[in-house]
Design a protein around this ligand. Structure first.
Ligand SMILES: C[S@@+](CC[C@H](N)C(=O)[O-])C[C@H]1O[C@@H](n2cnc3c(N)ncnc32)[C@H](O)[C@@H]1O
Length: 243
Protein backbone atom coordinates (compact mmCIF):
# COMPACT_ATOMS: atom_id res chain seq x y z
CA UNK A 1 0.00 0.00 0.00
CA UNK A 2 1.35 3.40 -0.89
CA UNK A 3 1.79 5.68 2.09
CA UNK A 4 0.34 8.59 0.12
CA UNK A 5 -3.05 6.90 0.26
CA UNK A 6 -3.12 6.66 4.02
CA UNK A 7 -5.40 9.26 5.55
CA UNK A 8 -3.79 11.28 8.32
CA UNK A 9 -5.70 12.87 11.12
CA UNK A 10 -5.75 16.65 11.24
CA UNK A 11 -3.59 16.50 14.34
CA UNK A 12 -0.90 14.51 12.53
CA UNK A 13 -1.01 16.80 9.53
CA UNK A 14 -0.66 19.84 11.75
CA UNK A 15 2.18 18.28 13.68
CA UNK A 16 4.09 17.37 10.52
CA UNK A 17 3.43 20.74 8.98
CA UNK A 18 4.54 22.53 12.10
CA UNK A 19 7.75 20.57 12.55
CA UNK A 20 8.85 20.13 9.00
CA UNK A 21 7.74 23.45 7.58
CA UNK A 22 7.70 26.21 10.16
CA UNK A 23 10.63 25.08 12.22
CA UNK A 24 12.71 24.38 9.11
CA UNK A 25 11.95 27.79 7.63
CA UNK A 26 12.62 29.58 10.89
CA UNK A 27 15.25 27.42 12.61
CA UNK A 28 16.38 30.37 14.72
CA UNK A 29 12.95 31.29 15.99
CA UNK A 30 13.14 30.73 19.72
CA UNK A 31 9.35 30.83 20.11
CA UNK A 32 8.66 28.22 17.40
CA UNK A 33 11.40 26.02 18.75
CA UNK A 34 10.10 26.25 22.28
CA UNK A 35 6.54 25.46 21.20
CA UNK A 36 7.53 22.56 19.00
CA UNK A 37 9.93 20.88 21.38
CA UNK A 38 8.32 21.94 24.64
CA UNK A 39 7.05 18.44 25.52
CA UNK A 40 10.50 16.93 24.99
CA UNK A 41 12.51 19.62 26.75
CA UNK A 42 10.02 19.63 29.60
CA UNK A 43 10.36 15.88 30.20
CA UNK A 44 13.99 15.13 29.44
CA UNK A 45 17.15 16.89 30.59
CA UNK A 46 19.50 17.74 27.73
CA UNK A 47 21.82 19.99 29.74
CA UNK A 48 24.77 17.61 29.65
CA UNK A 49 24.02 16.28 26.17
CA UNK A 50 26.35 16.98 23.24
CA UNK A 51 24.81 18.12 19.99
CA UNK A 52 25.69 16.51 16.65
CA UNK A 53 24.63 17.52 13.20
CA UNK A 54 23.98 14.00 11.88
CA UNK A 55 23.23 10.63 13.39
CA UNK A 56 26.48 9.26 11.98
CA UNK A 57 28.38 11.97 13.88
CA UNK A 58 26.52 10.94 17.02
CA UNK A 59 27.47 7.29 16.43
CA UNK A 60 31.13 8.29 15.93
CA UNK A 61 31.08 10.16 19.24
CA UNK A 62 29.47 7.25 21.08
CA UNK A 63 31.86 4.69 19.64
CA UNK A 64 35.02 6.80 19.69
CA UNK A 65 34.69 8.92 22.82
CA UNK A 66 32.31 7.04 25.09
CA UNK A 67 33.29 3.51 24.15
CA UNK A 68 36.83 4.00 22.89
CA UNK A 69 36.07 1.41 20.20
CA UNK A 70 35.92 -1.29 22.87
CA UNK A 71 34.36 -4.69 22.22
CA UNK A 72 30.58 -4.35 22.27
CA UNK A 73 27.49 -6.49 22.15
CA UNK A 74 25.41 -4.41 19.75
CA UNK A 75 21.72 -5.24 19.44
CA UNK A 76 19.75 -3.37 16.81
CA UNK A 77 15.95 -3.36 16.83
CA UNK A 78 14.67 -2.29 13.43
CA UNK A 79 17.08 -3.08 10.61
CA UNK A 80 15.17 -2.53 7.36
CA UNK A 81 17.87 -2.45 4.62
CA UNK A 82 20.69 -2.53 7.14
CA UNK A 83 22.08 0.98 6.79
CA UNK A 84 22.67 1.62 10.50
CA UNK A 85 23.86 -1.85 11.50
CA UNK A 86 26.33 -1.82 8.61
CA UNK A 87 27.54 1.63 9.62
CA UNK A 88 28.09 0.45 13.20
CA UNK A 89 29.87 -2.71 12.14
CA UNK A 90 32.30 -0.64 10.08
CA UNK A 91 32.65 1.99 12.79
CA UNK A 92 33.41 -0.41 15.62
CA UNK A 93 36.09 -2.59 14.10
CA UNK A 94 36.98 -4.35 17.34
CA UNK A 95 37.30 -8.03 16.32
CA UNK A 96 35.61 -9.18 19.55
CA UNK A 97 32.46 -7.12 18.90
CA UNK A 98 29.24 -8.73 17.88
CA UNK A 99 26.25 -7.20 16.05
CA UNK A 100 22.76 -8.69 15.98
CA UNK A 101 19.92 -7.09 14.03
CA UNK A 102 16.27 -7.90 14.74
CA UNK A 103 13.45 -7.24 12.30
CA UNK A 104 10.37 -8.82 10.80
CA UNK A 105 11.78 -7.83 7.39
CA UNK A 106 8.13 -7.67 6.40
CA UNK A 107 7.80 -4.15 7.79
CA UNK A 108 6.10 -2.50 10.71
CA UNK A 109 3.80 -4.91 12.57
CA UNK A 110 1.25 -2.13 13.06
CA UNK A 111 0.64 1.33 11.67
CA UNK A 112 2.92 4.06 13.00
CA UNK A 113 0.26 6.66 13.74
CA UNK A 114 2.60 9.54 14.60
CA UNK A 115 3.95 9.44 11.05
CA UNK A 116 0.90 8.09 9.28
CA UNK A 117 2.81 5.03 8.05
CA UNK A 118 0.84 1.81 7.54
CA UNK A 119 1.47 -1.68 8.81
CA UNK A 120 4.01 -3.36 6.51
CA UNK A 121 5.89 -0.15 5.76
CA UNK A 122 9.67 -0.75 5.58
CA UNK A 123 9.17 -4.28 4.24
CA UNK A 124 12.09 -5.88 2.45
CA UNK A 125 9.89 -8.84 1.47
CA UNK A 126 11.36 -11.00 4.19
CA UNK A 127 14.94 -10.55 3.03
CA UNK A 128 17.64 -9.62 5.54
CA UNK A 129 20.54 -7.49 4.29
CA UNK A 130 23.73 -9.14 3.24
CA UNK A 131 26.67 -7.71 5.17
CA UNK A 132 30.08 -9.18 4.57
CA UNK A 133 31.22 -9.30 8.18
CA UNK A 134 31.21 -12.50 10.24
CA UNK A 135 30.47 -10.49 13.39
CA UNK A 136 27.03 -9.48 12.04
CA UNK A 137 23.93 -11.65 12.16
CA UNK A 138 20.17 -11.21 11.90
CA UNK A 139 17.15 -12.58 13.73
CA UNK A 140 14.09 -12.55 11.53
CA UNK A 141 10.58 -12.19 13.00
CA UNK A 142 8.52 -10.19 15.41
CA UNK A 143 10.58 -9.08 18.45
CA UNK A 144 7.78 -10.36 20.64
CA UNK A 145 8.40 -13.85 19.21
CA UNK A 146 12.14 -13.84 18.55
CA UNK A 147 13.60 -11.94 21.48
CA UNK A 148 12.59 -14.25 24.37
CA UNK A 149 14.27 -17.35 22.83
CA UNK A 150 17.30 -15.28 21.79
CA UNK A 151 17.73 -13.91 25.31
CA UNK A 152 17.38 -17.34 26.86
CA UNK A 153 20.97 -18.06 25.80
CA UNK A 154 22.31 -14.51 25.54
CA UNK A 155 25.40 -13.91 27.65
CA UNK A 156 26.76 -10.47 26.83
CA UNK A 157 30.52 -10.54 27.35
CA UNK A 158 31.08 -6.89 26.42
CA UNK A 159 29.60 -3.45 26.84
CA UNK A 160 25.96 -3.56 25.77
CA UNK A 161 24.83 -1.11 23.08
CA UNK A 162 21.13 -1.19 22.25
CA UNK A 163 20.08 0.60 19.10
CA UNK A 164 16.34 1.05 18.99
CA UNK A 165 15.07 2.08 15.58
CA UNK A 166 11.76 0.26 15.73
CA UNK A 167 9.72 3.48 15.75
CA UNK A 168 6.71 2.13 17.64
CA UNK A 169 5.84 2.51 21.31
CA UNK A 170 4.89 -1.16 21.57
CA UNK A 171 8.10 -2.46 19.98
CA UNK A 172 10.35 -0.11 21.95
CA UNK A 173 8.70 -0.81 25.28
CA UNK A 174 8.76 -4.56 24.70
CA UNK A 175 12.46 -4.44 23.86
CA UNK A 176 13.43 -2.31 26.85
CA UNK A 177 11.49 -4.47 29.28
CA UNK A 178 12.88 -7.68 27.82
CA UNK A 179 16.45 -6.41 27.99
CA UNK A 180 16.08 -5.06 31.51
CA UNK A 181 17.88 -8.02 33.17
CA UNK A 182 20.88 -7.48 30.86
CA UNK A 183 21.21 -3.76 31.38
CA UNK A 184 23.94 -2.63 33.73
CA UNK A 185 25.37 0.76 34.60
CA UNK A 186 26.95 2.09 31.44
CA UNK A 187 24.65 0.36 29.00
CA UNK A 188 24.09 2.67 26.04
CA UNK A 189 20.74 2.95 24.32
CA UNK A 190 20.40 4.84 21.07
CA UNK A 191 16.99 5.95 19.85
CA UNK A 192 16.39 6.93 16.26
CA UNK A 193 13.03 8.70 16.43
CA UNK A 194 13.09 10.10 19.91
CA UNK A 195 11.09 13.22 19.10
CA UNK A 196 7.90 11.32 18.45
CA UNK A 197 6.81 11.82 22.00
CA UNK A 198 4.19 9.09 21.97
CA UNK A 199 6.53 6.36 20.77
CA UNK A 200 10.22 5.85 21.60
CA UNK A 201 10.36 8.68 24.15
CA UNK A 202 7.22 7.49 25.93
CA UNK A 203 8.56 3.93 26.04
CA UNK A 204 11.83 5.08 27.66
CA UNK A 205 9.96 7.17 30.23
CA UNK A 206 7.55 4.36 31.06
CA UNK A 207 10.39 1.86 31.38
CA UNK A 208 12.59 4.11 33.50
CA UNK A 209 9.81 5.25 35.80
CA UNK A 210 8.33 1.83 36.44
CA UNK A 211 11.70 0.10 37.00
CA UNK A 212 13.38 3.00 38.86
CA UNK A 213 16.06 3.33 36.19
CA UNK A 214 18.10 6.50 35.85
CA UNK A 215 19.25 7.70 32.48
CA UNK A 216 21.27 10.57 31.15
CA UNK A 217 21.02 11.87 27.61
CA UNK A 218 24.64 12.10 26.47
CA UNK A 219 24.18 13.07 22.81
CA UNK A 220 21.46 14.26 20.48
CA UNK A 221 20.92 15.48 16.93
CA UNK A 222 18.76 18.31 15.59
CA UNK A 223 15.15 18.37 16.79
CA UNK A 224 16.10 15.60 19.26
CA UNK A 225 15.57 13.08 16.49
CA UNK A 226 18.37 10.72 17.52
CA UNK A 227 19.58 10.52 21.10
CA UNK A 228 22.11 8.42 22.96
CA UNK A 229 21.29 7.50 26.54
CA UNK A 230 23.59 6.27 29.27
CA UNK A 231 21.76 4.07 31.70
CA UNK A 232 22.34 3.62 35.40
CA UNK A 233 20.38 1.44 37.75
CA UNK A 234 19.50 2.50 41.28
CA UNK A 235 22.16 0.77 43.40
CA UNK A 236 19.81 0.19 46.33
CA UNK A 237 17.41 -1.74 44.11
CA UNK A 238 19.89 -3.29 41.70
CA UNK A 239 23.06 -4.05 43.67
CA UNK A 240 24.50 -6.16 40.83
CA UNK A 241 24.18 -3.51 38.16
CA UNK A 242 27.67 -2.04 38.60
CA UNK A 243 29.88 -2.81 35.63
C1 LIG B 1 12.88 2.71 10.43
S1 LIG B 1 13.06 1.00 10.10
C2 LIG B 1 14.73 0.68 10.59
C3 LIG B 1 15.77 1.47 9.79
C4 LIG B 1 17.21 1.09 10.00
N1 LIG B 1 17.64 1.05 11.39
C5 LIG B 1 18.12 2.06 9.27
O1 LIG B 1 18.02 3.28 9.47
O2 LIG B 1 18.98 1.58 8.56
C6 LIG B 1 12.08 0.30 11.39
C7 LIG B 1 12.04 -1.21 11.35
O3 LIG B 1 11.53 -1.70 12.60
C8 LIG B 1 10.93 -2.95 12.34
N2 LIG B 1 10.05 -3.29 13.49
C9 LIG B 1 9.28 -2.45 14.22
N3 LIG B 1 8.64 -3.12 15.19
C10 LIG B 1 9.01 -4.42 15.08
C11 LIG B 1 8.71 -5.60 15.84
N4 LIG B 1 7.88 -5.58 16.89
N5 LIG B 1 9.31 -6.76 15.46
C12 LIG B 1 10.17 -6.79 14.42
N6 LIG B 1 10.49 -5.71 13.66
C13 LIG B 1 9.93 -4.52 14.00
C14 LIG B 1 10.22 -2.75 11.03
O4 LIG B 1 10.02 -3.97 10.35
C15 LIG B 1 11.17 -1.79 10.27
O5 LIG B 1 11.96 -2.46 9.34
Amino acid sequence: MNVKHIPMSYKQILRHFFRSTFVSFFPNSVILRKLSFYPIEKTVDFKKSRFFQTRNDLYRYVNGTLLDNCAINYLEFGVFKGETIEFWSKLNNNPASNFVGFDTFTGLPEGWDSRGLPQGYFSTNGIAPSIDDGRVSFVKGLFQQTLPPFLASFKPAHRLVIHNDSDLYSSTLFTLLSLHPFMVNGTIIIFDEFNDVLDELRALLDYSSSFYINFEIVAHTAHYTQVAVLLTKNAAIYPNAAR
